[in-house]
Design a protein around this ligand. Sequence first.
Ligand code: SAM
Length: 244
Amino acid sequence: MRLDYLTIFPAYLDALRLSLPGRAAASGLVEVHVHDLRDWTHDRHRTVDDSPYGGGAGMVMTPGPWGEAFDGLGVGAEGSGTTTLVVPTPSGAPFTQAAARELATRERLVFACGRYEGIDQRVLDHAAERVEVREVSLGDYVLNGGEVAALAVTEAVVRLLPGFMGNAASLTEESHEDGLLEYPVYTKPASWRGHDVPPVLLSGDHGAVAAWRAEQSRRRTAQRRPDLLHPGEVLAGAGEWSAV
Ligand code: SAM
């Protein structure tokens, strides 16, 4: 998979060299290219923003540098394979594990990291005529730029690439993979500062452990993220667990 990042703060993405994405790049599983959007400007100040049409606060990223950058990087060019332009924005669709799974099937992801009040909409409309464009939100809050979101999406996607994780089971047993949050996890020692590991986990009874984990998973989900459960499950779960 090829990963391209367009940003006015390339240093922000130095973290791509660390941890899991860094390992994926070192092993040749992904090819990472970070680009300074200002390299596609033509004025002395390397300007990438201007005041918004219609008035209002802040500045908007101008289409010129984005369009030239996409052209220069061959985004949407013939034969460029399955490319998705990922545009982090608080007005995008919530980024989910399902979305990460879909993106993990692409040959190339290009991240357009916005700043200021965002990117002129025509940049995305024009790109959408040639490639898939996914406007994604990390959550219902506002960050200063798209870089953090691009890093988050990258990490979620790269760890799903076949051959990346040593232990594939650790992928399938995680939060959101089965639509629920993960059960609490414990390691040694069995007793720590007056807190004991739940005895069932020390029992050696695999069936009992699996049942306990499934119940914990549903309980957590009902308490913290009832929106993930079907309405019937929430009602059944709430009654059942409030009695525990
Ligand atoms: N004016 C925009 C709005 O109200 O939707 C917010 C712009 S924000 C200050 C600047 C940039 O940060 C956005 O273009 C986007 O790239 C990024 N950003 C901010 N919040 C985000 C979020 N929740 N998810 C993904 N990206 C976000």
